[in-house]
Design a protein around this ligand. Structure first.
Ligand code: PLP
Length: 358
């Protein structure tokens, strides 16, 4: 029996999608093989790949002057690909430090370019995100990098920033949760394993003019422009993950697109935050305007109750609520594929636990 899965990633995938994939697993489209067993250059696979790309373009309304790449290496690989490609023009880049993932991005970029950390909430334990209006963009930086949704802390910057430099976003845990004005960004990247599909695939959305500014002296496998020319098939792509992402994109379309998910995601997260705020037993320490709609973190008043909370949660069919080991507490990741009902079940359980131990 399937249970409510609150994992931060790899995360829950819609049952509708999983059922469809199961029905095609042994034989795809009367081909006599599964989609996993065919060449990425075959006609059969090419149509799967290009349809997935087009569906993503439709869902996010991606302008024509952008390319969409289906790569490997996770978002972590982007931490170095970005500065390798774009750090060279000035040798400097601006980074916003708003949580554990942007810290990692900074650490990797620092090996390649001079990083200016132009805004940081580290001193306050990432309990808020620096407001884009306060970012002091350096004159010499080649780009500005930030993470709109810090998956570990559950801290978000909801508005796309307006800055007069190329802006690069690690949207791993927030992409496809609501509509996005892609034209504000020079590059958006995201690991797939939250709102897109299974792990192993990384999506990059890149402004073609910006892409052409990339360093030409790096190995091809690191170059966005080479991946673009090869239509993301410079080498064998993660074919099954790409196929599954295509199924998720179709599901998003069927459900009503990103407006539908925006509404659902805000209702789910508001309901959960409302309950946490109404209770003395649970708390969330993120500034209200920076609370994530995807990763809701919370603490029990008495951390000795953490283990029984998790144990009973599992017994009640609620999985993976443990917070990241670096911050402790709890985290409910409520991506697109988590229905409203799952959040209601979580709140019901939290109330029950509070009444028993509070
Ligand atoms: C915001 C963010 N950035 C980067 C990463 C790293 O992604 P990957 O494991 O795909 O390299 C994660 C993973 O959860 C993430 O949530």
């Amino acid at each position: 029996m399937r249970k409510w899965n609150f994992c931060a990633g790899p995360a829950v995938i819609s049952e509708e999608v999983l059922e469809e994939v199961r029905s095609e697993l042994l034989e795809y489209n009367n081909s006599g093989t599964s989609i996993m067993e065919v060449s990425h250059r075959s006609r059969l696979y090419s149509s799967v790949a290009s349809e997935a790309k087009q569906d993503l373009i439709d869902i996010l309304n991606i302008p024509k002057n952008y390319d969409v790449l289906f790569l490997q290496g996770g978002a972590t690989h982007q931490f170095s690909m970005v500065p390798y490609n774009f750090g060279n023009s000035s040798g400097e880049a601006d980074y916003i430090l708003s949580g554990s993932w942007s810290k990692k991005a900074i650490s990797e970029a620092s090996k390649i370019v001079k990083v200016n950390t132009i805004a940081s909430s580290e001193a306050k334990n990432y309990s808020y995100a620096p407001d884009p209006k306060t970012w002091k963009i350096s004159e010499n930086s080649s780009y500005v990098h930030y993470c709109p949704n810090e998956t570990i802390q559950g801290v978000a910057i909801h508005e796309a920033p307006n800055v007069n430099k190329p802006i690069i976003s690690d949207a791993s845990s927030v992409i496809l949760s609501e509509p996005l004005d892609v034209s504000k960004f020079s590059l958006i990247y995201a690991g797939a394993q939250k709102n897109i599909g299974p792990a192993g695939l990384t999506i990059v959305i890149i402004d073609r003019d910006f892409m052409e500014l990339g360093n030409q002296k790096i190995p091809n496998i690191l170059k966005y422009s080479e991946h673009s020319i090869a239509e993301s098939m410079l080498n064998t792509p993660p074919t099954f993950a790409w196929y599954m992402a295509g199924k998720v994109f179709k599901w998003i379309k069927r459900k009503g697109g990103l407006e539908f998910f925006k509404q659902q995601n805000y209702s789910k997260s508001s309901k959960l935050y409302e309950y946490i705020d109404s209770s003395d037993f649970y708390s969330n320490n993120i500034d209200i305007e920076n609370r994530s709609i995807m990763n809701v973190t919370f603490f029990l008043e008495n951390d000795e109750l953490d283990s029984p909370f998790l144990l009973h949660a599992e017994e009640n069919g609620l999985l993976n609520l443990k917070g990241h080991r670096s911050v402790g507490g709890m985290r409910a990741s409520i991506y697109n594929a988590m229905p409203f009902e799952g959040v209601e079940e979580l709140i019901k359980y939290m109330k029950y636990f509070e009444s028993k131990y509070g």
